[in-house]
Ligand binder design. Structure first.
Ligand SMILES: Cc1ncc(COP(=O)(O)O)c(C=O)c1O
Length: 435
């Protein structure tokens, strides 16, 4: 991958500055490494020399152990649509917590949330709750296999749908598994059609995220999603939409935005209002494979599925996620992108941005390419992230940026200023003599 030539000590300089601002995080991460692998409990969020250790979130800001404040443009991996400690969510959580956390039987709150989802998302006739996007994707595969009696799924190369074996094929250099998981390149409708023509009678489901977010934000060419949906349905396979992240793009989710009618859609991330929750929803006829009154129902357990607290926080958060907020987030992201592109041009720094609605990927390079089956960005983009931290902006370590509904006004201005300073740092650390 072509990368910008950086001064030899560029990283050392930024790491030294970062360390000088974050001694308490450094100390805590030293302890963390004794008990958790590399001090971590998940993949996303790690960066050298060590990630921050957080103390508190306040609306658009994240505060670390050294009391540094950052405008949060990553929001726990895009799982907080209204930023941190959103007052209506906190209030509802306080009111519910005294009544317990969950029961083996449904609650009024769970039923209300299910109703809200079915009324809001066009293709939802029935839902099941889970506890994460990964779990929802797993359940989608089980339901599709049970509903069609077919063993395989078709997904896109580089399509990330969580940490479930079948849906990790096509990532981390894992090749196609004939009879179980087939692959086609994202954006190439013909390749999807070919796979369906060859293996259609084995394929239970075609799974797509409407754009690729993890690794490198990648948009689909116009018409791609609809063509794949049609090809899937022609082959008798279910069309499954992963809307864990991109539900944020429109009031009714990305299916509404792109004119899709998926058979099943799965949700996660911000759908729980900041607490763990996932949802699988779809046509009643398909979801009914889970009906215990059937002769051979598909069994689906889950101790915390639709628990009281996540049902409450999910409902309140979604209630506040209206069309006006979506439009404001999209506009804020547009402003930020424009400012970044303009500043990079003035600095003579190659910057590629890929954006949709309130999300974008920003990469310090003029040649966009995936990075060898892992999610690490190029070195210059990693340094932009580190520099942004030293200027009070918390973006994803791989160049990911997503607005929450509370990043506006002063917070948006802080984000803009911090990112422009970070761009200037990277430009200063570029080795012009070698370019
Ligand atoms: C598109 C997409 N689907 C599914 C998942 C999995 O969600 P979770 O991390 O809640 O298991 C993610 C997580 O990053 C995701 O980005």
């Amino acid at each position: 991958v072509a990368d910008l030539m950086l001064k030899r000590d560029a990283r050392a300089e930024l790491e030294a500055l970062y360390r000088s601002r974050t001694p308490r995080s450094a100390e805590a991460m030293t302890r963390a490494r004794r008990y958790m692998v590399r001090g971590l409990t998940r993949g996303w969020g790690y960066h050298r020399p060590y990630p921050l250790v957080a103390k508190r979130g306040e609306g658009p800001y994240l505060i670390d152990l050294d009391d540094n404040r950052y405008v949060d443009l990553a929001n726990n991996g895009l799982s907080l649509i209204h930023g941190h400690a959103f007052p209506p969510v906190v209030e509802a959580l306080r009111a519910a917590a005294g009544r317990g956390s969950g029961w083996l039987v449904p609650s009024e709150e769970q039923i209300e949330f299910a109703q809200m989802l079915c009324e809001r998302i066009a293709c939802f006739e029935r839902v099941r709750f889970t506890n994460s996007g990964t779990e929802s994707g797993m359940l989608a595969m089980k339901v599709a296999r049970a509903a069609t009696g077919r063993p395989a799924v078709l997904k896109s190369i580089d399509g990330f749908h969580g940490s479930f074996d079948d849906l990790e094929v096509g990532l981390y250099d894992r090749p196609e598994e004939p009879g179980r998981v087939y692959l086609a390149p994202f954006g190439d409708a013909e390749a999807f059609e070919r796979k369906l023509a060859e293996h259609g009678d084995q394929i239970a489901a075609v799974v797509l995220e409407p754009l690729l977010f993890s690794g490198l934000v990648t948009k689909a060419p116009p018409g791609f999603l609809r063509r794949v949906q049609e090809a899937a349905q022609r082959a008798g396979a279910l069309f499954v939409l992963d809307d864990c992240l991109m539900l944020r793009l429109a009031y009714g989710g990305s299916a509404k935005l792109y004119g899709l009618q998926p058979d099943l859609t799965f949700l996660g991330k911000f759908i729980g209002g900041g607490l763990p929750m996932g949802v699988l929803g779809g046509r009643a006829e398909v979801m009914d494979v889970l009906d215990p009154h059937r002769e051979q129902p598909l069994y689906h357990g889950g101790s915390f599925n639709g628990n009281l607290l996540s049902s409450v926080t999910g409902r309140v958060s979604l209630e506040h996620f209206d069309a006006a907020r979506i439009a404001a987030m999209d506009a804020g992201a547009g402003e930020l992108r424009h400012a970044l592109e303009q500043s990079a041009a003035e600095l003579g720094l190659p910057l590629s941005t890929v954006a949709e609605g309130s999300i974008m990927g920003i990469y310090v390079t003029d040649s966009l390419a995936r990075h060898d089956g892992n999610f690490m960005a190029g070195e210059a983009t990693q340094l932009l992230h580190l520099a942004a931290l030293t200027h009070g902006v918390f973006m994803g370590p791989g160049g990911e940026i997503a607005l929450s509904s509370v990043v506006s006004g002063e917070a948006l201005e802080h984000a803009r200023e911090g990112l422009l300073r970070a761009l200037a740092d990277v430009a200063r650390l570029t080795d012009n003599d070698q370019n």
